[in-house]
Design a protein around this ligand. Structure first.
Ligand code: AMP
Length: 114
């Protein structure tokens, strides 16, 4: 069981900003920007590279949830902004094998990413 499943199951605490039947959104414990959220499907999809055609709706839901939460936090505007990141596999920097989208905001983000 991954650490994110334990958060979904309320076995360990997290700062949860949003939850619905398909996903949960909470603050990253080691923030890399003033706002650093994780958008996590309740279904255990290990990584985006292993998502199935049947996961299409939940994958779309994660992006729409990211947009809704960013709007709620005042980040979805022409003066602000945010970045969504999915790390996939070892070279991609993945540490937790339970699909998640990072939402980073609150500072100017560099490009290319490290
Ligand atoms: P990744 O490297 O893309 O797999 O990202 C995993 C993320 O999970 C990292 O940014 C960690 O800081 C974060 N993380 C690990 N444990 C926790 C936790 N208990 N609560 C919140 N975020 C966590």
């Amino acid at each position: 069981m991954t650490i994110f499943q334990k958060i979904i199951d309320r076995e360990i605490p997290a700062d949860i900003l949003h939850e619905d039947e398909r996903c949960i959104v909470f603050r990253d414990i080691s923030p890399q920007a003033p706002v650093h959220l994780l958008i996590v499907p309740k279904k255990l999809i290990p990584r985006v590279g292993e998502a199935l055609p049947e996961d299409e709706a939940v994958l779309g839901h994660l992006l729409l949830t990211a947009a809704a939460v960013s709007t709620r936090l005042g980040l979805n505007s022409s003066t602000e902004g945010f970045r969504l990141v999915i790390n996939n596999g070892r070279a991609g920097g993945e540490a937790v094998p339970h699909l998640h989208i990072h939402l980073l905001a609150g500072r100017q983000l560099g490009w290319p990413p490290g």
